[in-house]
Design a protein around this ligand. Structure first.
Ligand code: LMR
Length: 397
C-alpha cells in the first residue's frame, strides 16, 4: 500500500531549521524559524519557567489523565492573560477556553469546531500569511479565500484593498487575523484599523478567527491584545487561537489554547463541548507539562513579575536588533531601503531581496532565511551583525 505514496517536500520553515543544524560552518546565522535567540544566539529556558519547573518537580503528585480540556486553572489564567483581568467578557459566561497542543493544535481544533457549526463557512486568509496556516486550516476542510494584506512595493499593509475585500465577505464566513506581530511581515494593524475591521464584521456578519502567538513581543502584553480585547467587547462571536511557545519560550512543550466567544453562555457551553469532543477524536487531551508551568507562573505574583520582566527583555532586544540592522544597512551601495524593518513589530520582517541573493547568503555565507525573505530579527546579535552586514552588502552588489 505505501508504494502509492509520494514523498512530500519538507516544511519550508522546519526544513530550514534542520538544514541550519546540519551546517558545520561556525559563522552561520539562523534567521529562519521563529524562535527567540539571545545575544549569544542561544534560546534559553526563561528563569521564571525554570523556577516553576523546579517547584513542579516537588509539587506534582500524579501523571494521571487530565481530560480533554487540559488544566482548568491554566484555561482560566490564559483567558485573563488574553483579555486582561477585569475585562467584561470574563464574567459574561460567553467565553470558554480549552488547552490545546500549541498554537497549531488550537487553530486546528477551532477550525474543526467551526466546520461542524457551519460546514459552508469559508475561511478568508490575508496574503501573505504564516505558510502553515493553509495546510493546517485547509485540511480541516475549509475552502480558503484570500484577502490582500501586505504590499511588497510600499512595504506596508494595503489597507484600502484589505478593507475593500473584507466588505465583500459573506455572513457566516471566518476571517483569519493575526493578533499582533504579523507573521511573516511584522506589519501590524493600528487600533483604528482593528476598529474598522470590527465595524465591517458587524455590518457583514463574518466571524474573526484571531491567531495570537506573540502577545508581549510587539508593544507589550497589554498593547498587543488591543484587537482581540476590543472585538471581545463588540462582536457576538470570535474564535482565538493562542500560543505560549514564544512568550513563555515553551516551544517544544506544545502549550496553547483555543478560546471561543459565543452569543450566549448556553451556546458557549455547547461550543466547548464540541471542542472537547474534537480534541478526543484527534489526540484525546493536550500534554500537561507546559500548561502547568504557565498556570504556576501566572498565578504566583513573584514568578509572574519575573516572567514579565524577562518577556520585556526579549521584546526590547528584538526591537533593538531591528534598529541595529537598519542602521547597519543604511546608505548601502545598492540603494536598497530597509527602513521598514524599524517600523515593524515582533520577530519578523521581509528583507525584500531576490531569490538568487537569498540563495547566495545561504550557500556562500551560511545565513539561513525563509524563501519568502522573512527574517527572524532575534537571530541578529552584536557578534554577528558585522558579518551579516558584509554578507548582505556583498550579495546586493
Ligand atoms: C515560525 O513561523 O517560524 C514559527 O511559528 C515556527 C513554525 O512552526 O513555523
Amino acid at each position: 500500500m505505501f508504494e502509492n505514496l509520494k514523498p512530500v517536500a519538507i516544511d519550508p520553515i522546519l526544513g530550514l531549521m534542520v538544514a541550519f543544524k546540519a551546517d558545520t560552518r561556525s559563522e552561520k546565522i539562523d534567521l529562519g524559524v521563529g524562535v527567540y535567540q539571545d545575544d549569544h544566539g542561544r534560546t534559553p529556558v526563561m528563569a521564571a519557567v525554570k523556577e516553576a519547573e523546579s517547584r513542579l518537580m516537588v509539587l506534582e503528585t500524579t501523571k494521571s489523565y487530565q481530560g480533554m480540556a487540559g488544566d482548568p486553572e491554566y484555561n482560566q489564567r490564559m483567558m485573563e492573560l488574553l483579555f486582561g483581568e477585569g475585562h467584561s467578557i470574563l464574567n459574561s459566561g460567553r467565553v470558554k477556553s480549552i488547552q490545546a497542543p500549541g498554537g497549531s493544535g488550537a487553530l486546528r481544533v477551532g477550525a474543526e469546531v467551526v466546520r461542524k457549526a457551519r460546514p459552508e463557512s469559508k475561511l478568508w486568509i490575508g496574503v501573505p500569511t504564516w505558510p502553515n496556516h493553509i495546510p493546517l486550516l485547509g485540511s480541516a476542510g475549509f475552502e480558503i479565500n484570500q484577502y490582500p494584506y501586505y504590499d511588497m512595493a510600499s512595504r506596508q499593509i494595503n489597507v484600502q484593498a484589505m478593507m475593500d475585500t473584507l466588505r465583500t465577505v459573506p455572513a457566516g464566513d471566518m476571517v483569519l487575523l493575526h493578533g499582533c506581530c504579523h507573521n511573516p511581515t511584522g506589519a501590524d494593524l493600528t487600533h483604528d484599523q482593528w476598529d474598522e475591521i470590527a465595524d465591517i464584521a458587524l455590518e457583514r456578519g463574518f466571524i474573526p478567527f484571531i491567531d495570537t502567538a506573540y502577545q508581549g513581543l510587539g508593544d507589550g502584553l497589554h498593547e498587543d491584545a488591543y484587537g482581540m480585547r476590543m472585538m471581545a467587547e463588540r462582536l457576538p462571536e470570535v474564535v482565538i487561537a493562542s500560543s505560549c511557545s514564544k512568550n513563555f519560550g515553551l516551544y517544544r512543550e506544545r502549550t496553547g489554547s483555543i478560546t471561543f466567544i459565543a452569543e450566549t453562555p448556553e451556546r458557549a457551553d455547547v461550543v466547548v463541548s464540541q471542542a472537547m469532543s474534537t480534541a478526543r477524536s484527534i489526540y484525546s487531551m493536550p500534554p500537561a507539562h507546559g500548561a502547568l508551568l504557565v498556570s504556576m507562573v501566572l498565578g504566583d505574583p513573584q514568578l509572574r513579575s519575573q516572567w514579565q520582566a524577562e518577556l520585556e527583555e526579549v521584546r526590547l532586544r528584538v526591537k533593538a536588533m531591528r534598529g541595529l540592522l537598519c542602521d547597519s544597512l543604511q546608505d548601502n551601495d545598492a540603494g536598497m531601503d530597509f527602513s521598514h524593518i524599524n517600523r515593524q513589530k515582533g520577530m519578523f520582517s521581509f528583507l525584500g531581496i531576490t531569490t538568487p541573493q537569498l540563495e547566495r547568503l545561504r550557500n556562500e555565507f551560511g545565513i539561513y532565511i525563509v524563501s519568502s525573505t522573512r527574517i527572524n530579527l532575534a537571530g541578529v546579535n552584536s557578534n554577528n551583525i558585522e558579518y551579516l552586514k558584509q554578507s548582505l552588502l556583498t550579495v546586493l552588489r
